[in-house]
Design a protein around this ligand. Sequence first.
Ligand SMILES: Cc1cc2nc3c(=O)[nH]c(=O)nc-3n(C[C@H](O)[C@H](O)[C@H](O)COP(=O)(O)O)c2cc1C
Length: 318
Amino acid sequence: MNIKTRITELLGIRYPIVQAGMSWASSSALLAGTVSKAGGLGVIAAGPMRPNDLRCAIHEVRQITDQPFAVNVALYNKRAAEHLDIVLEERVPILIASQGGPKEHLPRFKQAGVKWIHVVGHPDHARKAQAAGVDALIVVGTEAGGHPPPNGTSTLVMVRLIAQAVDIPIIAGGGVVDGAGVAAMLCLGADAVQMGTRFLLTPEASLHPAYKQKVLEAGIGGTTLVGPRSLPIRAVRNEFTQQYEVAELAGQPGEELNAIFGSSSLKMAALEGNIEQGKVEAGQGAALIDELVPAAELVERIVQETCDAMEQLWTKRG
Ligand SMILES: Cc1cc2nc3c(=O)[nH]c(=O)nc-3n(C[C@H](O)[C@H](O)[C@H](O)COP(=O)(O)O)c2cc1C
């Protein structure tokens, strides 16, 4: 089966399926390597990684597969400069950059032939990134796990807005967990999808088992947005999110809220399994997932579902 799009052509991958960069969950080689080997785009999330660990993970991915893969670098991260240097030195073919402007870094990446995919959360930022010369965009709506756009716009609206705003290829997500979701994104004008929460629930994701179980159990309304309005996170409801929301409702001052937010971390939940005080970041799509599926099987399954969904569309029209 083949689904050719501008993204599969640009990146040299078989399927228009990107495994989202997820701190801790994909901050190692196994998930990224497995997804790339299966025909999608695997992404190592550099966020929490020490430089040498990132280098080793890149080498390990290359032992798993010779297919293209990407590294995700958050440009505000204190180690961003080192992470970017490693991407160049190790000749990683694709960089996914989030949370910062691309302009100052782009020339040396272009010169090295690295494809630069930029994460945006507003049509204005999408136009700016296009004008700066990035190769493609990643767009997610408020359904997404991790850091959805602060404007609260849904995937349905955000993807459509950005598809209309730019000419370069876009990778869309936030709430996409199956082939029906992929088909929907393609209909909205996307050239590929990015899935985080779905790939988080695979044996290959590098997360404490209690974290995966907590996400599996999340149903409708099981996640919530917490944190500063300018950079909220979407996480599964737990003691931490409840404490934050109670304090917010009581009108506690910003410092108090920041202290509660800062007392919890993704690492506590992801590494240590502290799923009540830690940040169990996941998207609304968790409500649609009820099992762990091996990553390679998942890629195949989603491709099949996408083709079925598209075929059904035509059948329903008669
Ligand atoms: C546990 C977790 C960690 C994440 N870490 C990062 C990260 O390090 N960098 C980043 O750009 N996005 C991060 N994200 C956001 C994802 O890349 C992606 O945009 C999001 O998961 C897509 O929405 P979905 O979860 O509904 O599929 C994270 C998401 C999750 C769930």
